[in-house]
Design a protein around this ligand. Structure first.
Ligand code: KMT
Ligand code: NI
Length: 178
C-alpha cells in the first residue's frame, strides 16, 4: 500500500493529490499513528485473513461494494458522507477484494493528511479515535470486506468540538503520545 502526504490543493477528491515530488510516508510513521496494514494476496486470501482475524478477535465480516451500480440511489449521499472528516469509537478494518480508493488519515502531530492508496490485497486497520475519510479514485469502484469484533457500529462522528472532547479520541491521542 502506497502512503504519502496529501497535497491539500483544491480539485477533484478522486485525483491522487500527490505532491510533486511525492512525499512518501513510511510504515513506521503509520504505525506511530496507530495505522496497521498487511498485504494478503487475493487469490487464496482466506487462510491468512482468518489467521489475522482470529489473532485480533475480529469475529464477523461483511462485504461493501462502493460503486454506482453497487449502491444505487444512496451512492451520491454515501460518497459525500465517507469524505467528511470523522472518527469512530471502534476500529475501521478493511480488506480490499477488488477496485481501489483512498483512505486519508489525519496525522495529529502536524494536522496533515496522509493518503493511503489501497488496492486488492490490502488489509488496513484505522484505529478508533483517529480522524479520517474515504474516497473512490478515478476508477470509481471498490469492493472490500469489513471486519468487526462484535456488533458493527459504523457510526461516523464528524470532526468538531464534540469529537475533540470524545473519550475515544482522548484515548487515541494518549496512545500515540500526543
Ligand atoms: C468507510 O467507513 O469510510 C467506508 O466503509 C468506506 C468504504 S470501504 C472501502
Ligand atoms: Ni470511517
Amino acid at each position: 500500500m502506497r502512503a504519502y502526504y496529501f497535497d491539500n490543493l483544491p480539485g477533484d477528491q478522486r485525483l491522487p493529490h500527490d505532491f510533486n515530488p511525492s512525499r512518501p510516508v513510511s510504515q513506521e510513521t503509520l504505525e506511530a499513528i496507530g495505522v496497521k496494514s498487511w498485504e494478503i494476496p487475493v487469490e487464496r486470501y482466506e487462510p491468512k485473513l482468518n489467521a489475522v482475524a482470529k489473532e485480533r478477535d475480529y469475529k464477523n465480516r461483511d462485504t461493501i461494494n462502493v460503486s454506482r451500480e453497487g449502491m444505487g440511489a444512496i451512492y451520491e449521499e454515501k460518497i459525500k458522507g465517507f469524505f467528511q472528516e470523522h472518527m469512530h469509537e471502534d476500529e475501521e478494518i478493511r480488506y480490499i477484494l477488488s477496485g481501489s480508493g483512498f483512505f486519508d488519515v489525519r496525522q495529529a502531530s502536524t494536522d496533515e493528511w496522509i493518503r493511503l492508496a489501497v488496492t486488492p490485497g490490502d488489509l488496513i486497520v484505522i484505529p478508533a479515535g483517529i480522524y479520517h475519510r474515504f474516497t473512490l479514485d478515478e476508477a470509481d469502484n471498490i469492493k472490500a470486506l469489513r471486519l468487526f469484533k462484535d456488533e458493527p457500529k459504523w457510526i461516523p462522528h464528524n470532526r468538531g468540538v464534540e469529537t475533540d472532547a470524545n473519550p475515544y479520541r482522548q484515548d487515541y491521542l494518549k496512545s500515540i503520545g500526543v
